[in-house]
Ligand binder design. Structure first.
Ligand code: ADP
Ligand code: MG
Length: 438
C-alpha cells in the first residue's frame, strides 16, 4: 500500500475512533503515527509511554472497531511508543517505572483557583525539590476534587526534573494488598526493601489504613525509614489526619509533621475554567456561555462536570449536531434530569418490547436479525438519552454488550431519528409512553 493511502486510511480510522468514543478522545490523537497496517494488524505509535498505556487501557476496543469499520476487514490493533517523547521510557533509563501515570493528570492540565491554590503550589514545590521543602506533604479533600490528579502531576514533574529519582506511586489499598501478599509469601523483607529504597513515595487515599492495625505498623516503619533518610513522602486522604477514623496517634502526628493542605470545592469561575480545559484536552472547544451553563448546573464535584461534558458530546453525536447552548440544555436540562431520576432501563425495555412484540430474552440473545437488532438498538438509544446509566451498564442490561456496541447503536439510531421522519415519530411516541408510565 502506498504511504499516502495508508496515511489517509489511518486518518479515517482516527476520526472514526473519535466519533465512536468522544469521552476518551484526546487532542494528541492527531500526533499518533501508523507504524504498519498489514496482515490484519494495525500498529500505532505514540510519543510517550503514558499515552501508550492510556490507549491500551481505554481505546483498544474503539480503535479495533474503527479500524474494522474503515477497512472492512478484521483488524487487531496494538500500540507502542515511537521513542520520541520526553517521557518515553527506554529500557536503559535508570527510572524504571512500575506504575501507570495518567497522561492527562499534569500540572499544565490542572486549573488553579482559590480552592486548590495552596495544594497545587505545594505539589509544584515538592516535585521540583523532593525531600527539601514540605515533608511529608499531606493533601486532603472530598472525592472528585483533584487529589489524585495532583499526585500524578507531582510524579510527572519530578520525573522530568530528576531523571534518576526512584519514584513509587500507589494507592493505599495497593500498598496494603502488597503487604498482605508479602506476608503470606513470607517475603516481608522484600516488601520493605522495595519501599524503603525509593526517593519519592506517593500514596493515594491513606484513609484506607483506617482500622488496619498491622498495615499501619508497617506503614509507620516505612515512613520512618524514608523520612530519616530525607526522602519525600506525599499522601492524600479524604480527611485531615486527625479525622481519619481508627488511625494510630503516632501516624496522625507524623502525617502532620510537614504541610497539611486542604482542597475545597471549586468556585464557579474555576469550574468554568476546568470545563474549558477538559474540552480542550478532548480536542473540542466550548464557548463561554455553554461552560457557564454547565458550571451552574453541576456544582458538586469535578468528576460530574466531566460527566456532563460527556453527555453533551454523546448527544451531539447521536443528534448529529454541533455542540450548542441549546444542545447543552437538552443534555442537562431539568426535564432530562427529572426523567433520568425516574426512568429505569426496565421501563424502557418494557415499552420497546411491547411495541415491537419481541421478548426481553431475544434482545439479550446473540440474534442479529433486523427484527431483533432494531428494538435492541432503540433500547440502547433511549436508555442513553433517558437515564444516567453508563454505556457499560446499558450494554450489560442488553445481553452483556460492550460500550462501543452501545455507542454504535446510539449514533445509528440518532442519525435515523434525524433523517427519517417515521423513526422520529416512533421514538417520540416511545419516549412519551416511557415517561408517562411514571
Ligand atoms: P480525587 O482524587 O480528589 O477524588 P481526582 O483527582 O480523581 O479527584 O479528580 C477527578 C477529576 O477531576 C479528574 O478527571 C481530574 O482531572 C479533575 N480535576 C480535579 N481538579 C481539577 C483541576 N483543578 N483542574 C483540572 N481538572 C481537575
Ligand atoms: Mg482520588
Amino acid at each position: 500500500m502506498a504511504r499516502q493511502d495508508l496515511t489517509q486510511i489511518f486518518n479515517d480510522i482516527i476520526e472514526r475512533a473519535k466519533s465512536l468514543d468522544p469521552a476518551n478522545t484526546r487532542k494528541w490523537f492527531d500526533e499518533l503515527e501508523v507504524v504498519h497496517l498489514d496482515g490484519g494488524a494495525l500498529l500505532i505509535a505514540a510519543d510517550d509511554n503514558n499515552k501508550v498505556q492510556f490507549l491500551q487501557d481505554n481505546c483498544t476496543r474503539t480503535f479495533t472497531l474503527a479500524a474494522q469499520q474503515v477497512t472492512g476487514h478484521l483488524v487487531t490493533v496494538d500500540f507502542r511508543t515511537n521513542g520520541q517523547g520526553r517521557n518515553s521510557l527506554k529500557s536503559d533509563l535508570p527510572t524504571k517505572q512500575r506504575f501507570k501515570l495518567h497522561p492527562d493528570y499534569t500540572f499544565d492540565n490542572f486549573v488553579v483557583g482559590p480552592s486548590n491554590r495552596l495544594a497545587q503550589a505545594s505539589c509544584v514545590a515538592v516535585s521540583q525539590s523532593p525531600g527539601d521543602t514540605y515533608n511529608p506533604l499531606f493533601i486532603y479533600g472530598n472525592s472528585g476534587l483533584g487529589k489524585t490528579h495532583l499526585l500524578h502531576a507531582v510524579c510527572h514533574g519530578a520525573r522530568e526534573k530528576h531523571n534518576n529519582a526512584v519514584i513509587e506511586f500507589l494507592s493505599c489499598e495497593e500498598f496494603v494488598n502488597r503487604f498482605i501478599r508479602a506476608i503470606e509469601q513470607g517475603n516481608s523483607s522484600g516488601f520493605q526493601n522495595q519501599f524503603r529504597s525509593v526517593d519519592v513515595l506517593v500514596i493515594d487515599d491513606v484513609q484506607f489504613l483506617s482500622d488496619r492495625e498491622q498495615s499501619q505498623e508497617e506503614f509507620f516503619h516505612t515512613f520512618n525509614a524514608l523520612y530519616n533518610n530525607g526522602k519525600q513522602i506525599i499522601l492524600s486522604a479524604d480527611n485531615c489526619p486527625s479525622d481519619i477514623p481508627a488511625l494510630e496517634e503516632r501516624l496522625i502526628s507524623r502525617f502532620s509533621w510537614g504541610l497539611v493542605t486542604r482542597i475545597d470545592p471549586p468556585s464557579h469561575d474555576t469550574r468554568v475554567a476546568i470545563l474549558k480545559k477538559k474540552a480542550h484536552i478532548r480536542g473540542i472547544e466550548i464557548s463561554d456561555d455553554i461552560a457557564e451553563y454547565i458550571a451552574r448546573k453541576v456544582r458538586a464535584n469535578i468528576r460530574e462536570l466531566e460527566g456532563a461534558l460527556t453527555s453533551l458530546q454523546a448527544l451531539a453525536l447521536t443528534k448529529q449536531e454541533d455542540i450548542s447552548l441549546e444542545l447543552a440544555k437538552a443534555a442537562l436540562g431539568d426535564e432530562m434530569l427529572t426523567a433520568a431520576k425516574n426512568t429505569s432501563i426496565t421501563d424502557i425495555i418494557e415499552v420497546v418490547t411491547q411495541h415491537y412484540d419481541v421478548r426481553l430474552a431475544d434482545l439479550q440473545s446473540k440474534r442479529r436479525s433486523q427484527s431483533i437488532t432494531l428494538p435492541r438498538q432503540i433500547c440502547m438509544y433511549l436508555a442513553r438519552n433517558l437515564t444516567r446509566h453508563s454505556l457499560e451498564e446499558i450494554g450489560g442490561h442488553l445481553g452483556g454488550r460492550d460500550h462501543t456496541t452501545v455507542m454504535h447503536a446510539c449514533s445509528k439510531i440518532g442519525k435515523a431519528e434525524h433523517d427519517d421522519p417515521q423513526m422520529h415519530a416512533t421514538l417520540s411516541e416511545l419516549t412519551r409512553q416511557i415517561t408517562q408510565t411514571k
